[in-house]
Each structure stands twice: as C-alpha cells, then as structure tokens.
Ligand binder design. Structure first.
Ligand SMILES: [Fe+2]
Length: 483
C-alpha cells in the first residue's frame, strides 16, 4: 500500500491539519462558570475531515468526509463524542486505505472503481425530525445516525418518500408545528435543472411535493420559508456538464446570467410559482424570510459577486473576494413586474446567519451571525436587534475564531431571543477548542460557561439543538413566546 502523507497545501496545515480520529469524553472540564439550569439536551454539529490524502492540488475546504459531533448537556455536565459518518464512499476508502474520490463532486475524476459510487460525504449539517437523526450533504440522500452513539445506520430515502436523487443540507424543521420543509436540487442527477420542494408532517409523512425547473443548473445551497410561500433564490453558480466531464470544477461563476427568485406555494403546486429576477449576485446562506401582506422579504447574506472564489468563471479568472452583507430582497406580489428590491440590513460584513429557530418564516427581530473576521484569523459572534439596529458582540480573544452559533430558548415559551447561544470556539494557538455558552441577550458580558475540549473541533459547518425531552418523544414542544 502507498504510504499516507498529506501535501504541503495550506488546507492541511495549522487548524486545518486533518484530525482523522474519533473522540469520546464523558464529562468535559468546565473551566469557567457553570451550565445554566434547564439547559438539557444535545448540540449536534457536522463538518468535514480528510480521511486520506487525495494527492490532488484542487481540494477545497467544503469537501472531505463527514465528521459528526455531539455535545450532550445533562445534569450540569457536558459530554462530547465525534464520529465519522460511515457513508458508502467512506467505507470504500477505508477498505482501499486510500482516497478514491477526486475533485469536489466530480465523479469523472474518481478512481475507476468509484466512478459510479454515491458521491455523498454527509458532511454539512445535522437534522433531527420525527425521532430520527440525520447527516446531510446536498448532493446525496440523507444518512441516518443513532442519536446516542452517532453510529451510522445507513443511507435513507425516508421510506421511499424522497423521489429525488439528492436532499438539501439546509432543511427547516419548524419546532412549533414539527413540520419539515426541505428540497432537492439537481434532483434528477448531476447537471439537471430539476428541483423539488418537500413538506413533511410532524410524523415524517410527506404532505406536499412540488417539482419545477431552475433557470439553469444552479448551486442551491439554502432556501427560506414563510407561512404561504417558499423562497428559492437561484444564483449563477452553474454546472456545465462538459466542463465536469473534462475534469473541471463542478460549478462555474457566470456573471452574465441573472439572479432568479422563485416563490413556491407552500401548500400549492407548480402552476402557482411566481418568478422574479435581478443582476447577478450570490449567497450561501439565508437568515430568514417573512410574508407581509403582498410582500415576501428574503433576508440573505448577499455577495455582490461570487461567494465561492474556488469556483471561478469559465475564463478561469479568480475575482477578488467580495464582502457579504445581510440584505433584504423584497418581492412584491401586487406589483407583479418580475423584479425585486434590495436593501442592506447591516453595514458590518457577516456570515453564517441563524435565528431563534422558532421564528423561521415568522416576523422576527433578532439575527445571530459571525462578524469581524480579521486577517489574524479571529472572528466574533454577533446579535443584531433589527428594532434598534444594535449589534452586540462576543469576541473569544485575538487570534481565536468562532464557528456558527446555536440559539437555545431559555424556556420552551421564552420570548424571542431570550436564551443561550452555544458557540464552538477555535483556540488556534492552543490547537484545541472550547464550547462557550453565552447569554443571547448579553453577548458582551462574555460566557456564562466555558467548556474545555482537549482536542480540536476542527471544522464544523452547521448543526442543531435537540432538547432532552424531544430526543425521547421525537417532537419539539416549543411555543412562540410573548414579549
Ligand atoms: Fe451552509
């Protein structure tokens, strides 16, 4: 067998150094403060790690096999566990003891024995719905995991209900109604324009499915939901199968194409879809959407250019990165002229937006983001109050980095934004992580508890919080709070 050695690529250095190991710690050290009473449940997060070196020079940070993490809060203690998601490709590579999959999402660069394999890495997010825990990556079906051990149960089409070949890594589980809203894009295979919206009831039964065509074979990383309309933005990061078959990038930035937005009726069908368009922009992540009279607002972290510099234009130009800003795109259904309006909501650049999840698709006033990313690698967690315009922040100190935060209500019926923020912190110079618990209403006060990990939580993208009783019953019992 070939000796295993990662290249000098900066991707594999410093904080990015592959971990390649699973960790179990029953009872982490709490080095400051204490766990708030009533904070009982599990934070699940998902990210990528490198199983074997690919030997290529075009690896990108969003690739790599799924490494799933859980922090279980129980009786004032927190336990930690990380496990590989045993996808089909993970198992193939483990057996071969080498990388068999090539360029990101490009099966034409795989080793011959992996040319027809399922490509999913299950590395992007965690979802818990109707008693089941999943690992998701948008180019494949979900993988189900055991919520206590993180053992992989297997790839699933949810009892035959997912008819598409893919499933989003940005589903919305409504913790008030326990419905699941999700979609699949390039749903009939690589480079297809097919997209499908799914609505599942609280028991995981599919109650609506709307298929339609995208304007081009877009990258649809996220979407947003309201009570009546589901919002699908299409940005010109486009798959050209001729390029893919020749071994090139799966997506290309094509700024001559426009941004399109489809409003899909939540309970209707494709005949009632409304379309809007504007100049080329891009985004990975939506904060929220709100339906207000004849208007639908999409609050999105918008790039006035390409959000993924590693997917350049067909000419190969890698344009300078553009800063993302939280922006409100408004579609006016009464005007019906096919355009949308654009208003900046925050003048500080931000990413990885989250809300109090009880308010997804409902009128809301708080957003949680990562702000102040600086050249020394540090970043902060921010809370935006849209009523006052105030930005409250928590900094983990110079050189340290925050990952995406998770809001947990103080009580099931607490007012919006009243609760805790759970934030994985990368202690870069110490080569290890902390998990901090912040009071979501006073970030500047610093952590109410700091939970020390002796290892790195190397890279996590997204996650979810499952209260202890929800883990048992399969249902969230949250309510909308009164202020
Ligand atoms: Fe994402």
């Amino acid at each position: 067998m070939e000796p295993i050695r990662f290249s000098d690529n900066a991707l594999f250095k410093g904080w990015g150094e592959p971990m390649r190991t699973e960790t179990t710690i029953e009872g982490l050290e709490i080095i400051q403060g204490s766990i708030p009473e009533g904070l009982e449940g599990t934070l699940y997060r998902n990210g990528a790690d490198w199983q074997y070196p690919s030997g290529r020079d075009d690896d990108i940070f969003i690739d790599g096999e799924g490494m799933y993490h859980m922090f279980r809060f129980e009786n004032g203690q927190v336990s930690y566990r990380s496990r590989w998601v045993h996808t089909e490709r993970y198992a193939m590579q483990a057996e071969a003891r080498r990388a068999l999959f090539g360029r990101y999402r490009n099966r034409y660069t795989n080793a011959p024995e992996a040319r027809d394999a399922n490509m999913g890495t299950a590395n992007t997010t965690a979802m818990f719905h109707a008693g089941h825990l999943y690992a998701l990556k948008e180019d494949d079906l979900p993988y189900e995991l055991n919520p206590d051990t993180l053992e992989t149960i297997g790839r699933t089409d949810m009892d035959g209900q997912i008819t598409a070949q893919t499933f989003t890594a940005h589903p919305k589980v409504d913790p008030i109604t326990n419905e699941l809203l999700a979609f699949a894009y390039q749903a009939k295979g690589d480079g297809t324009k097919d997209i499908c919206f799914y609505l599942f009831d609280k028991n995981g039964r599919k109650i609506n499915e709307v298929w339609f065509k995208m304007p081009y074979a877009a990258c649809v990383h996220d979407f947003a939901v309201t009570d009546e309309w589901i919002v699908f933005p299409f940005f010109p990061l486009i798959t050209d199968m001729d390029v893919v078959k020749a071994g090139g990038n799966y997506f290309q930035w094509q700024p001559d194409e426009e941004t399109h937005i489809a409003l899909v009726p939540r309970y209707g069908d494709a005949r009632d879809i409304k379309w809007f368009k504007g100049p080329a922009t891009s985004a990975g992540h939506m904060l929220n959407a709100v339906h207000e009279g004849n208007k639908v607002h999409l609050d999105v972290v918008l790039y006035e250019g390409n959000c993924f510099p590693f997917f350049p234009s067909p000419a190969g130009e890698q344009a300078a990165p553009v800063p993302p800003f939280l922006t409100r795109l408004t579609m006016d259904l009464s005007r019906n002229d096919g355009t949308f309006e654009k208003d900046r909501l925050l003048d500080v650049s931000c990413e990885m937006p989250r809300t109090d999840d009880r308010y997804q698709g409902r009128p809301y006033k708080h957003g949680f983001v990562i702000v102040y990313r600086s050249k020394d690698g540090s970043s902060s967690t921010g809370r935006i109050d849209f009523e006052t315009g105030r930005l409250d922040t928590y900094s983990p100190g110079p050189g340290n980095t925050v990952q995406e935060c998770q809001f947990v209500p103080r009580r099931p019926d607490a007012p919006e934004g009243d609760g805790w923020l759970l934030v994985p912190v990368a202690r870069i110079s110490e080569h290890r992580s902390d998990l901090v618990v912040l009071d979501a209403q006073d970030l500047a006060a610093g952590p109410v508890a700091t939970i020390k990990l002796p290892v790195r939580v190397r890279s996590t993208f997204h996650g979810t919080w499952v209260p202890a009783e929800t883990l048992k019953s399969g249902q969230y019992s949250y309510e909308l709070g009164s202020a």
